[in-house]
Design a protein around this ligand. Sequence first.
Ligand code: G2I
Length: 469
Amino acid sequence: MNHKRVLRLAVTVAATGALAAGMTMTLTSTASAGTTLKASAAEKGRYFGAAVAGQKLSDNTYVTILNREFNSVVAENDMKWDATEPQQGRFNYTGGDRLVAHAQANGQSVRGHALLWYQQQPGWAQSMSGSALRSAMMNHVTQVATHFKGKIYAWDVVNEAFADGNSGARRDSNLQRTGNDWIEAAFRAARAADPGAKLCYNDYNTDGINAKSTGIYNMVRDFKSRGVPIDCVGFQSHLGTSLSSDYQANLQRFADLGVDVQITELDVMSGGNQANVFAGVTRACMNVSRCTGITTWGVRDCDSWRGSDNALLFECSGNKKAAYTSVLNALNAGPAITPSPTTPGPTTPGPTTPPPTTPPPTTPPPTTPPPGPEGCTASVSLNSWTGGFVASVKVTAGSAGTNGWNVSVTLPGGASVTNTWSATASGSTGTVRFANVNYNGQLAAGQVAEFGFQGTGSGAGITPTCTAS
Ligand code: G2I
């Protein structure tokens, strides 16, 4: 049995066990060796997608790559307002339906793009304003989300509503002039129409911590605090020749608000650094447990809206570029985490909700019998980068099995835990205690549970100690 086969088997066994136990699936953290983007992403619990232009679905080279490499699709144009409602109240789903049919026939999930956007509006909407426009907007959201109900993994409910530059404010548009609450109204209408779709806000120039991304961050935080139904934020990531050093930290701060994050329109200026920038984005997504997938905005260079930038992963001939290999390697090297519930909704907390507010117990824990074969052991594997790390921890039950477990880790000075999955953390600096969650506390002798956490600073040298109960 070759190496790859062993890995696949391990993943299958872990997944089957997890599903049998009715819990969120957590894959092993072993480095994987997928040979396509979709297989490698799937081994890490993510999707890898492409924007599809309807007319390309009759191009053989294009379709061969699309189906071999991608397990998610998004309509580059076919689900926009001008395409779906060319005349008021007369809907046209030809292009969107064709893409959904292609996806369903080829095992691909579908992102929906985009219900409301200040661009690509049909002429009739462009010339409307006030309450007439507001009701036309909401009708559009309701009709389109209802038509595709049950077929869309995540909708870009609102696209590009924030201004570029330093204001951090909303962009002026006819949509915005109907009242500042238009975005939340759109999210509520979308949720009512298709309760199974994740609902995203999507924007560009949000590739680090800047005024625009902070404006969006504040909106998402406000929405979460008021129960406005938002599940995800899309980072378009139309990139130049370098990647901002706080790209990952920016994704993480959104994830910490309790939303999924997705890279939704990735393309990168060609040149010497293209492969590194693509790899950096992929690594960042892999290092953020709530980053559920990556979409490139097109398939081959010649399919891209960026024309001569040669901004994608495949040459026109279909050949893989260096950037392709760098992305594949980054996917294969990434930590494996699938913390995100597949059913969205404000009432379903993700396992990566911010650390509990309950302070750590002030009384010392009762004296426990000396650890022995009847206890548990823990080992850690680290994936580090400058300024941060992800730790994957394996808990192995001793000969008596466990009813529950606690793992303590003492972090180096300056390090702190920012995100935990499949365990509950007490504290974030110094000695941090991780307790099992309800589904992974009971282990038979020799059985293994895995959890992980992400931190800022260095995690070098951390040694976990395990206590069973
Ligand atoms: O501009 C790049 C992307 C930025 N974020 C939102 C995305 O929706 C946007 O995609 C681009 C498409 O890649 C282009 O293909 O959006 C453009 C505007 O909707 C698309 O361009 C349009 C042209 O402007 C139209 O003239 C043309 O009819 O493509 C249409 C279909 O080919």
